[in-house]
Design a protein around this ligand. Structure first.
Ligand SMILES: C[S@@+](CC[C@H](N)C(=O)[O-])C[C@H]1O[C@@H](n2cnc3c(N)ncnc32)[C@H](O)[C@@H]1O
Length: 433
């Protein structure tokens, strides 16, 4: 499957990719993949291996691979530790009841407008810092009335819309995914969550309609429901996949590329919306501890714990040539080895589990970003390929693409090398000892 050879890296950069539409447009989430790019790769895998039907994304995020899999009528499973990501995927997987959604939205908006109660629906440390008083009360008004909506599918749509509103109306800067207070002059005390919610719902009507038309024309939706199977689980992917014991034909994913604390803090990004959204409407298995403070989710994520990190780096040094070559470059005095060990010490068993969950002849497509530790580029692709190879996965291609959106690097104060990413394609050929 030499699809990467057909085109140069500018083709795969999807410089002119159209704006996100349909389900892809429902949420902003950090480090979202380019939908067309993943869709084209999925298509190519399907052509190379027509029987491929079951797709897994073990770091599913906002659900880019989910929607692209649904586009092709595939069965999909996704896992993510972040409840906001899981909510996004649950919404995108449907049902798509357009007329009922419009009815529910009109009733909800009428109730919100008639609601004269002045009561907070969320109590958490820092609420006064991250929200002006009237803004927090406005969000509470929307949240209180969403709780009274009967249908779970409708509540989930409204919660997702409210998540966007909360991010837009909070006092955290838009220029970073971290919680970072705005300058006083940039805070808008007039921000109006009810107005923003109504506008978001209007936009949702269009996105849901676009998606419904597309999938109905392809025969993928019947009475608003997707015809194949979708399963979304909240939790750590290593333990979730081990417990599930299922096999997949395609693994398509973009993992974190370092711990969420020092790279992209997906947990911090989700923290404020998750203070209002009813966790039980996402999943009964969300642990309260991951929502306890702004850092808890990132600490529970891949690489979030520094426990035994130096020892874990040493184990990897002995096992993988690519790690040995990299670690000689890191100073033994700094915290580099520890930071490396914390993340790759978690990634390695996760990769092992993902490979165990792959059918013989199955394909992987890993989209990976670039990261530096102590100013030295981590050769993520080499380490990943060696970790995959050890579990019977042969690398069959690498796509290098440039990221034209400078926003990502700027948002996170990452170095300019963030503007390239690599997609590693691998195939499970045989079991290796
Ligand atoms: C690069 S993002 C995925 C973005 C996604 N491809 C998209 O298009 O939206 C990586 C995801 O890995 C998740 N993650 C981190 N540690 C995890 C773990 N141990 N188990 C499952 N998911 C985890 C993060 O919450 C984040 O959503």
């Amino acid at each position: 499957m030499a699809i990467q050879e057909k085109h140069d890296k500018d083709f795969w950069s999807f410089k002119n990719a159209s704006k996100r539409r349909g389900a892809h447009a429902l949420i902003h989430y950090p480090a979202m993949m380019v939908p067309n790019l993943q869709g084209n790769i999925l298509d190519a895998i399907k052509q190379a291996s027509p029987k491929s039907q079951k797709v897994l994304d073990p770091f599913v995020g906002s659900g880019t691979v989910l929607v692209e899999s649904m586009n092709l009528g595939l069965d999909f499973s996704g896992v993510d530790i972040n409840p906001l990501a899981v909510l996004s995927c649950l919404v995108k997987s449907g049902p798509y009841f357009i007329d009922a959604f419009k009815d529910e939205a009109s009733k909800l908006i009428a109730r919100i407008r008639a609601d004269g109660i002045t009561r907070h629906e969320a109590t958490f440390i820092g609420r006064e810092k991250w929200f002006e008083e009237d803004v927090a009360l406005g969000i509470s008004k929307v949240a209180r009335n969403i709780k009274d909506v009967d249908a779970l599918w409708a509540r989930r749509l409204f919660w997702l819309a409210l998540a966007r509103v909360i991010r837009a109306c909070c006092n955290s800067r838009n220029s970073t995914y971290k919680l970072h207070i705005k300058k006083a002059a940039d805070i808008n005390p007039e921000a109006d969550p009810v107005k923003a919610f109504v506008e978001t719902i209007e936009a949702y009507k269009k996105h849901l309609k676009d998606q419904t038309v597309d999938w109905s024309e392809k025969g993928l939706l019947k009475r608003g429901r997707y015809q194949n199977s979708v399963s979304i689980t909240v939790g750590d992917s290593t333990s979730t996949l081990e417990e599930a014991g299922q096999l997949f034909d395609v693994i398509m994913t973009s993992p974190p590329y370092g711990d969420n604390k020092t790279t992209i803090p997906y947990g911090q990004y989700a923290f404020l919306p998750l203070q209002w959204i009813s966790a039980e409407d996402i999943s009964p298995s969300i642990e309260a501890s991951v929502l306890a403070n702004a850092h808890a989710l990132d600490t529970a994520s891949l690489g979030g714990s520094a426990k035994n990190a130096t020892e874990r780096a040493e184990v990897l040094r002995n096992e993988f040539e690519s790690v040995r070559k990299y670690l000689v470059k890191l100073s033994s005095k700094g915290s580099g080895v520890k930071r490396f060990g914390a993340f790759f010490g978690d990634l390695n068993p996760c990769i092992e589990q993902i490979c165990n969950s792959t059918n013989l002849g199955g394909y992987h497509a890993w989209t990976i970003g670039s990261r530096h530790i102590e100013g030295i580029r981590v050769p993520m692709e080499e380490i990943l390929e060696e970790m995959l190879d050890k579990r019977g996965m042969d690398t069959v291609g690498r796509i290098h693409r440039s990221i034209h959106a400078k926003k990502m690097a700027a948002r996170n104060n990452l170095s300019s090398t963030m503007n390239t990413e690599i997609i590693v394609l691998a195939k499970k050929s045989a079991k290796k000892s």
